[in-house]
Design a protein around this ligand. Structure first.
Ligand code: CO8
Length: 259
């Protein structure tokens, strides 16, 4: 699957892993309106394509994942248009988070502002050794506007989230790993590390993986318990559940069919 986007490269391999590459290397892959529109389209395509089993999000080049929202575009915003742009970006990133296929950010350099927010909207994050995370917005007289105030707090906790947002300090891969912002650091090939994480996930029951993502993202403890029980019950009716438990009892590897 390959689509004619100008600012995105979408490639799907024969194992059903789609790679979404933000492709504006001359501007360090900064997110302008066109990138966001194309991303929205790409995420819809991926959602509707059953042959796509998992997604990697990354940026072109070895310097930046995404260096933020396009500051040149931001400069022209006023109150109504700023709010609208923020809402639009939130929606696009939510489309990504709402994919019920594992989404892994492969962070290949600067992930600043909207770039850090994009990585946070992915389900998991693998950092290259050159990854740098930061939320520079208050230094521009702004705040994170693509969901970052909420997601960062969930991922690393309120105190560390506030420290990053209020000081605008940048952290490298090692610190991001210590703080739980990234799941792994790729000591060698970043793409390979992201793929290996995905392969590990795809060994498991596909419906169970989908439902696990759904349950973890259900907000509110009571609603979360309800969702968990409902999905657990549904899984008990699947062939994968019979296969997974039988394989354990028969001391063999399961052969899941996603049914
Ligand atoms: N926007 C636009 N252009 C950018 C951006 C950006 N975020 N980042 C880099 N560029 C451009 C530069 O202007 C430069 O272009 P040109 O060659 O035409 O002058 C080119 O990319 C290369 O950049 P540098 O020369 O600056 O490269 P350096 O290696 O010297 O520096 C840095 C790399 C440190 C990453 C530096 O480019 C930088 O600090 N970039 C800006 C980072 C930033 O502040 N990002 C946050 C933006 S705000 C944001 O993301 C808000 C999100 C929420 C918005 C919600 C409502 C819309």
């Amino acid at each position: 699957m390959s689509q004619p986007y100008e600012t995105i490269i979408l490639d799907t391999d024969d194992q059903g892993i789609a790679t979404v590459t933000i492709n504006r290397p001359k501007k360090l892959n900064a997110l302008n309106t066109q990138v966001l529109e194309e991303l929205s389209d790409v995420f819809t395509t991926i959602q509707n394509d059953e042959s796509v089993l998992a997604v990697i999000v990354t940026g072109t080049g070895d310097k930046a994942f995404v260096a933020g929202a396009d500051i040149k575009e931001l400069r022209a915003l006023d109150s109504p248009s700023g709010k609208e742009k923020s809402r639009k970006g939130q929606q696009v990133f939510q489309q990504l988070e709402d994919l019920r296929k594992p989404v892994v950010a492969a962070v290949n350099g600067y992930a600043l502002g909207g770039g850090a927010e994009l990585a946070m909207a992915c389900h998991l994050r693998v950092a290259g050794t050159n990854a740098v995370f930061g939320l520079p917005e208050v230094g521009l007289g702004l705040i994170p506007g693509y969901g970052g105030t909420q997601r960062l707090r969930h991922i690393i906790g309120q105190a560390r989230a506030l420290e990053l947002i209020l000081t605008t300090k940048q952290i490298k891969a090692e610190k991001a790993y210590q703080w739980g912002l990234v799941n792994r650091i790729a000591e060698e090939d970043l793409e390979e590390a992201a793929r290996s994480l995905i392969h590990k996930i795809l060994e498991n029951g596909p419906i169970a993986v989908r439902y696990a993502i759904e349950a973890v993202y259900q907000s509110g403890k009571e609603a979360g318990f309800e969702k968990e029980a409902e999905l657990f019950g549904s899984l008990c009716e699947t062939e994968d559940f019979v296969e997974g438990t039988s394989a354990f009892l028969e001391k063999r590897k399961p052969d899941f069919k996603g049914k």
